[in-house]
Design a protein around this ligand. Structure first.
Ligand code: ZN
Length: 162
């Protein structure tokens, strides 16, 4: 390593890895050098955080006080995602609970996994219904045997055209 090269060594604030900014693609934000993809993640994360706060304030009507902001920051440091926290709040309310400014969002760690499971299942169901094939739709519309003859007479042309 040359003396000159060493001067380009920086630590990415996002992933905390050191890299040579003269070689590795990077982005400078507020005087710090980020890996290009870490800068992208940072932006996404900030956007998700803003959405979470907007959701709490505007959609639930709860003021994001210091307590709530601290809880969110603590959970984020603990590995929870902002998007996941938003789902968890939605899920919590779906269960019939209310969110208030006194208790804040302290329930998040207790419901996070269940909320995640709930939304993954919901997504699967939506995906499955979108992927229904024509074959399967035909199977579903087959009438029980005792009704079949009547159905056939009434719908002669339609059936032949299928
Ligand atoms: Zn990085």
């Amino acid at each position: 390593m040359t003396k000159e090269g060493r001067n380009y060594f920086v630590k990415c604030p996002k992933c905390e890895e050191k890299f040579d900014r003269s070689i590795v693609e990077n982005e400078k934000i507020q005087n710090r050098y980020y890996h290009k993809e870490c800068a992208e993640l940072k932006r996404q994360d900030e956007q998700d955080k803003e959405e979470l706060i907007n959701f709490i304030e505007q959609e639930i009507g709860v003021n994001c006080n210091r307590k709530i902001l601290n809880q969110i920051a603590k959970y984020r440091r603990g590995g929870y995602r902002y998007k996941g926290m938003k789902y968890t709040i939605e899920y919590y309310m779906l269960l019939g609970f209310d969110v208030d400014e006194i208790e804040g969002v302290g329930f998040i760690p207790f419901h996070y996994d269940a909320a995640k499971q709930h939304y993954l299942t919901k997504k699967d169901v939506e995906k499955a219904s979108k992927n229904t094939t024509p074959t399967r739709q035909r199977e579903i519309t087959i009438s029980p045997p005792h009704k079949k003859d009547r159905y056939k007479r009434k719908n002669d042309i339609d059936i032949e055209n299928l």
